[in-house]
Design a protein around this ligand. Structure first.
Ligand code: GLN
Length: 251
């Protein structure tokens, strides 16, 4: 049995749409493979150092919560970067995704600093981008997967030239409603606008992150995880994907 150490950043601030539930799924899927997930909340003013966590997670929040957290996450940038260079995995969702970039400029024009781990920035637009989304991803060459979820954001995220998106938008808005891409991936870091039941609907992504976290914990390549039944999860994915399809094209 391996204990996977998860650092949950700002659970009291960035947790809309039950983003917290992703941690429950992660723990359950680890337990099915005989491992243990230990989740530690990391609040404002607390430090993050390399080697302490195998996976870091930051959920979504509205502009108000983001404004409270932005200076703190910017102050943690050095520790977070050291954790990634050491091989820890990370997931940022929506408001958390935006704060993994360099900055988020809100509707009033205020620039909230991010930690700059992902090569991107975000600027709030007039119209909110809301609805079900379907993406096509290929995190490992040859391993194509679909990701289904729900987005609700005013921010338009612009990836730097050459940055890798998480996936191609099949239905929905994605990063900015124009590029045809959603999210960002840099090594073991994933950022996405897909909220709430991200892991319950897309267990392959939970397993991908688990396996990256295990690789950090144990050294070596990410291990293959024994497949689980996942009948209910496939149904949940199907319902969400169908809703995204019904919504039709983009913008
Ligand atoms: N500031 C964000 C936006 O509206 C975050 C939204 C969210 O996390 N739901 O773009």
């Amino acid at each position: 049995m391996t204990t996977i150490r998860v650092g949950h950043l700002y659970p009291d601030y960035l947790n809309i749409y039950a983003d917290r539930g992703n941690m429950a799924v992660l723990a359950w899927r680890a337990a099915q493979r005989g491992h243990r997930v230990e989740v530690t909340g990391i609040g404002p003013g607390e430090r993050v150092a390399a080697g302490e966590f195998d996976l870091l997670y930051v959920g979504g929040g509205q502009d108000r919560e983001q404004a409270l957290i932005a200076p703190d996450i910017a102050a943690k940038a050095e520790g977070l970067r050291a954790a990634f260079e050491d091989g820890a995995a990370m997931l940022g969702v929506c408001g958390g995704y935006q704060l993994l970039g360099r900055f988020y400029r809100d509707r009033a024009g205020a620039e909230l600093p991010g930690c700059g781990l992902l090569p991107l920035h975000t600027v709030a637009g007039e119209r909110r981008m809301i609805g079900d989304v379907l993406l096509e991803c290929e995190l490992d060459p040859g391993d194509r997967q679909t990701l289904a979820g729900f987005e609700n954001h005013a921010g338009r995220t612009h990836l730097d030239e050459g940055a890798e998106p998480l996936g191609r938008v099949v239905h929905g808005f994605g990063n900015d409603g124009e590029s045809g891409y959603e999210g960002c991936r840099a090594g073991r870091i994933i950022g996405t606008y897909l909220h709430g039941p991200l892991f319950p609907r897309n267990p392959w992504l939970a397993d991908w992150l688990l396996s990256q976290a295990l690789a950090h914990r144990l050294g070596g390549d990410p291990p293959e995880l024994e497949p689980l039944e996942d009948g209910l999860e496939a149904e949940a994915h199907g319902v969400s994907a169908a809703r995204a399809r019904d919504r039709g094209g983009r913008f």
